[in-house]
Design a protein around this ligand. Sequence first.
Ligand SMILES: NC(=O)c1ccc[n+]([C@@H]2O[C@H](COP(=O)([O-])OP(=O)(O)OC[C@H]3O[C@@H](n4cnc5c(N)ncnc54)[C@H](O)[C@@H]3O)[C@@H](O)[C@H]2O)c1
Length: 385
Amino acid sequence: MTKLKWGMIGGGEGSQIGPAHRLGSGLDGLFEFTAGALDHRPDAGREYGQRLGLAKDRAYGDWREMLAGERAREDRIDLVTVATPNNTHFEITKVFLEAGFHVLCEKPMTMSVEEGEEIVKIAEKTGQICAVNYGYTGYSLVRHMKAMVARGDLGKIRLVKAEFAHGHHADAADADNPRVRWRYDPKQAGVSAQFADCGIHALHMASFVVGQEVEKLSADCVSCIASRELEDDAMVNFRMDGGAVGRLWTSSVAIGRQHGLTLQVFGEKGGLRWAQEQPNQLHYMPLGERLQIIERGEAGLSPEADRSTRVTIGHAEGMPLAFANIYKDLEEAIRARKEGRKMDQAADLYPRAEDGLRSMAAVEAVAHSGKQAGSWVDARPPMFR
Ligand SMILES: NC(=O)c1ccc[n+]([C@@H]2O[C@H](COP(=O)([O-])OP(=O)(O)OC[C@H]3O[C@@H](n4cnc5c(N)ncnc54)[C@H](O)[C@@H]3O)[C@@H](O)[C@H]2O)c1
């Protein structure tokens, strides 16, 4: 079976997220890294692309050149990942969808709800896949949690508790560091800092696992470092459309916390707890019984979990392998289209443009509520109300 052809925009040398995408897309031998416009400096992007093995004529200087070059080819790429800074996602995703490419866009998909709605409509109109990289949903045991909730193991879900709290921007002396400062500047970051950057992963994961969407929320946003205009800590209460009550804490000043993404789900018949820093164990507490530790890779897990695990039990799988599961889903989705068949349902889990839009609506709702002393606001995008 020939590999699908994959291209990347952004993710140049030294970037934070570029390597995880290259590892993730290459891991299962499903995609071949074929084209790229990797850097905002054209020469650096061309040079690095060739060093990574791209042919000279497909190591592009910028994304417009890549669009023109790939569009003109018979053997054009099947999927492009957009891993540039946030304020470029909308434009690049839009034009590649319109030109007939499938896109995996880094989060946030857009900088506003209006742009998000436009992308959803374009994806629908063009029929192209527009996925958004909420890559942590690729973890095998996160998928198992979703399957357990869906098959009723926990009964009706009462509570969801999500966290994404780290301490990497806690040093007040670092507040003027340009690599940190822009994140809290509304001119560069938009209406929200910590919630938009990290909290949103936790909120999306809550929806993914529980199978319910956020309807309304109330947010308490603070800047613990006073020179910051945007929040570095937020507590968000939310309500979901299936009746679940949600609590979310996100922070960048929680000294001693590293990554800090965790999810707890409590239903009428049991509770679950998963943490990104120990992703190979899932804590399951059935009502009235003892705590069980479910291990990634053990026998008897859901098809969704089995499909998204690679190495045998007892060996750690981590974040690039979670990203690889998003790529594995997308490969199946693209190949099913090429072959005119239905895709494997266990693979139909990749986050979509609709998720990117809902996230943007939640970001705007958090910013809005935060400014109004935590008043409850509608968190749904207008097109889904
Ligand atoms: N899903 C996740 O878990 C996750 C984690 C980290 C970052 N991200 C997202 O990934 C994106 C990139 O973040 P990062 O931390 O890697 O940023 P970064 O600043 O480390 O790297 C950005 C890269 O994009 C390149 N670039 C910038 N403008 C470009 C352009 N116009 N054309 C081509 N290349 C361009 C830069 O040269 C650089 O190589 C952001 O949107 C961020 O929110 C997502």
